[in-house]
Ligand binder design. Structure first.
Ligand SMILES: [Zn+2]
Length: 488
């Protein structure tokens, strides 16, 4: 066969295009099976796949611009399932089959979750239009402008899902619903609506994501902490607290605990706000302050059902904090989440909620605190040397320094340098010795914190985070969110 540079060049270009096509396919939302066949095809016919993808995107965009979303809608994969305030699947289509409203309702929620927004605002303007804005990392940005018909239609859908009165357009109302995104992540939506000039103003707050129940091991929790949890659950009495700041994944951990219990053999009641996942073998109750079913009242009602275990979505107020402690004191096992920084902070937070330290020490079996860190994108992370400021603590903790990485940014991670999250955990087991040490009537919060500092160091979560930094999983910047001072 004679050597022909032109043919060689064409072959090289062809395979380069195939490589590019594979990268393009990887960014698409596809099932694993479809992705496999598409990849196989793209490997041999890359240029054709590229032409197809560009044409497809162009057609979808044009249709969207022309307002003909019906076809585009079928193609665009909006993977969110909305659950109304009672946890049932919400079919927006039933109310509004012919219009764009059901599609836009789902799309605006799905996009908000994808963008990592903490709030969505729907503002009516005096000209009758509706402006939609997301709050992402504290900044507001406009994402859509809708006609009055669409705007009020979407707001009606959201009100219906939140369990609000849709015939009421002026009086302020509050409610909540949830959504399951891409089948595995659940998001809580807390909505508030009120009449304003031009229509109704709706604000939706996106709360902590809770992934579908998974095993404790899947959370990459250390084995000794898993065992502490199993031991505390086997005790069948007292209080187990799951602590962490908001969006640290506490609810995911709470759901994972249900995996550790054979719920069919025990009477388990879970009190949630809102209900993220419908679970078999567990009685789930939703908090509704509007109807007078506060968390504290539901805990007291649950006790009448003679439960073995009560799970509390979050202790938010004095009433629920006291109800949890009292229920734990009467021989029930209570598992609850608490919004606070860590185990050390937990005593102070509970004291602020009216639970005296010695009462808490009496019933507390275990407190697990956690923080969520973004993990580095494996495709673009870059090796770095250990900064001097960390030298001492790395030596102190016996951490290696040959795998340290920093964030860089590539197409796969949309330039952020990060992909995915991982939690770090710290468990405070209330052994008899510790209970005797902390449980005296007049032990102050400061004394408790001092004792904990002496025994466990004052930043165990931060040390856990640094061990993830040492293995190239995350960065010093992420770990710094737990503790702002390098070293300790
Ligand atoms: Zn990357």
């Amino acid at each position: 066969m004679s050597y022909n540079p032109i043919k060689l060049l064409i072959a090289a270009a062809w395979f380069y295009a195939s490589y590019h096509a594979l990268a393009m396919l990887e960014k698409r939302d596809m099932t694993e099976r479809n992705l496999f066949w598409s990849n196989l095809f793209a490997f041999f016919a890359g240029p054709l796949v590229i032409v197809y993808l560009y044409t497809y995107d162009y057609v979808v965009r044009t249709l969207e611009r022309m307002g003909m979303r019906r076809l585009a809608r079928k193609r665009a994969a909006i993977k969110i399932e909305i659950r109304d305030s009672t946890g049932k699947v919400f079919a927006a289509e039933e109310a509004n089959e012919r219009s764009e409203v059901p599609f836009l309702t789902r799309k605006i929620l799905f996009d908000a979750v994808k963008a990592g927004a903490s709030d969505i605002f729907f503002d009516p303007k005096s000209d009758g239009s509706y402006h939609v804005r997301y709050r992402c990392e504290g900044m507001l940005n406009e994402v859509a402008v809708w006609s009055q018909e669409i705007g009020s239609g979407v707001i009606d859908s959201m009100k219906l899902a939140s369990g609000m009165d849709t015939t009421e357009h002026r009086r302020p109302q509050e409610g909540s619903f949830s959504g399951i995104v891409r089948k595995d992540t659940s998001v809580g939506f807390h909505s508030a609506v009120m009449g304003a000039v031009g229509g109704e103003k709706l604000s939706i707050h996106l709360s902590e994501n809770a992934s579908a129940p998974q095993k404790l091991a899947d959370l990459k929790m250390r084995l000794d902490i898993q065992n502490s949890i199993r031991q505390a659950l086997a005790g069948r009495g007292g209080l187990i607290l799951l602590c962490g700041p908001s969006k640290s994944g506490k609810t995911t951990t709470l759901y994972s605990l249900f995996h550790e219990i054979d719920c069919s053999k025990y009477n388990v009641i879970s009190i949630e706000d809102p209900i993220f996942h419908a679970l078999d073998d567990i009685s789930q109750l939703e908090v509704s302050n509007r109807s007078g079913f506060t968390c504290g009242i539901l805990i007291r009602n649950a006790l009448a059902q003679n439960p073995d275990i009560i799970a509390v979505g979050e202790i938010r107020d004095r009433e629920s904090a006291m109800a949890c402690v009292n229920a734990a004191r009467t021989g029930h096992l209570i598992v609850a989440t608490l919004n606070c920084r860590d185990n050390r902070d937990m005593f102070e937070r509970m004291a602020n909620l009216g639970v005296a330290p010695h009462d808490l020490v009496e019933v507390l079996q275990l407190s697990v605190s956690q923080a969520l860190l973004r993990t580095l994108c494996k495709k673009c992370r870059q090796s770095i040397a250990l900064p001097d400021v960390y030298r001492e603590i790395f030596t102190g903790l016996g951490l290696a320094q040959d795998q340290l990485c920093s964030a860089s940014g590539c197409r796969d991670c949309d330039g952020s340098g990060y992909a995915g999250v991982q939690a770090v955990f710290d468990a405070l087991e209330m052994t008899d010795a510790l209970k005797t040490q902390l449980g005296s009537q007049n032990t102050s919060i400061q004394q408790i914190q001092q004792t904990l500092d002496q025994q466990f160091g004052n930043a165990p979560l931060y040390c856990e985070a640094l061990s993830l930094v040492a293995t190239g999983v995350t960065t010093f910047e992420e770990a710094g969110k737990i503790n702002a001072t390098p070293g300790i």
